[in-house]
Design a protein around this ligand. Structure first.
Ligand code: KIV
Length: 271
């Protein structure tokens, strides 16, 4: 049985740390399933990790549904959450319900995540939750706003921290079941963890959160540029490339057991 949003909320109240990892296809989904983590997020970071884009902005709703279906084939225990991509929820509540509804109807995903807490976003969250679609919030570094906010640490000043605190409370009030806090000062995340009833999942937000979330490809050292807060556990890309180079080298240099085809010894047709 997959975990539910109620399970995550109970984990917070029991003081059990929630673990969350991203997946982008059936293979990475199987790694995430095997990790025993609690949440599998089909993050729109897959636009960068798997599709080679420079930001998360270009990925379409269609592509996110497609990747969520693939991940869903590998996921059994974790709560499966999918990111609503850029412009699938910023153009009004009707469109957002239609977009989020596709994940719940066409994939095994149980909830969606969206970024920000502007008044328009609040109206969208309210509508989604009233429609029966659980929503995970995301504040701090919100990559869909990279052209306004950049990739750096957010909420550095006291007024910016106060603003973020208010937004977090508003998201809870609108019915978000959990909140991702990305690349914000640890002390702010720690305070919000205590202030909010819903679980706070940190990424680059210090250790004192209800849970931690990471981009799996960063953890495995598969991405060319790692964010400063994600230390890889292994040099995955280097190991994979080495294994593939070794294989190519071995194939080219292995002893020939059969003589190469010549004019007097042509390859057998059809073989
Ligand atoms: O898209 C993503 O991978 C995210 C991270 C916060 C995990 O949203």
């Amino acid at each position: 049985m997959p975990l539910t949003i109620r399970d995550l909320q109970n984990y917070k109240h029991q003081g059990r740390i929630i673990t969350a990892l991203t997946a982008w296809d059936a293979l990475s989904g199987a790694w995430v399933e095997a990790s025993g983590c609690d949440v599998a997020l089909v993050g729109d970071s897959l636009a960068m990790v798997s599709l080679g884009h420079a930001t998360t902005l270009p990925i379409s709703l269609e592509a996110m549904v497609h990747h969520t279906q693939a991940v869903g084939r590998s996921i059994q225990r974790p709560l499966l959450v999918a990111d609503l991509p850029f412009l699938s929820y910023q153009c009004g509540a009707e469109q957002a319900v239609a977009a989020a509804g596709r994940f719940l109807k066409e994939t095994p995903c149980q909830a969606v995540k969206l970024e920000g807490a502007e008044p328009e976003t609040m109206a969208v969250i309210n509508r989604l939750v009233r429609t029966g679609i659980p929503v995970m919030g995301h504040l701090g570094l919100t990559p869909q706003s990279v052209h306004c906010l950049g990739w750096g640490r957010q909420a550095r000043s006291a007024p910016a921290q106060e603003q973020l605190r208010q937004k977090a409370l508003d998201l809870q009030q609108q019915g978000c079941f959990a909140l991702v806090l990305e690349h914000v000062p640890a002390v702010l995340a720690s305070e919000l963890r205590r202030e909010l009833k819903i679980p706070v999942l940190g990424i680059g937000a210090g250790p004192d959160c209800d849970g931690q979330i990471l981009v799996t490809a960063d953890l495995l050292g598969l991405t060319p540029s790692q964010p400063p807060f994600a230390k890889p556990r292994l040099q995955g890309a280097t190991m994979f490339k080495q294994a593939l180079q070794d294989w190519c080298h071995e194939q080219r240099h292995q002893e020939q057991t059969t003589p190469p085809p010549t004019a007097s010894n042509p390859p057998t047709p059809g073989c």
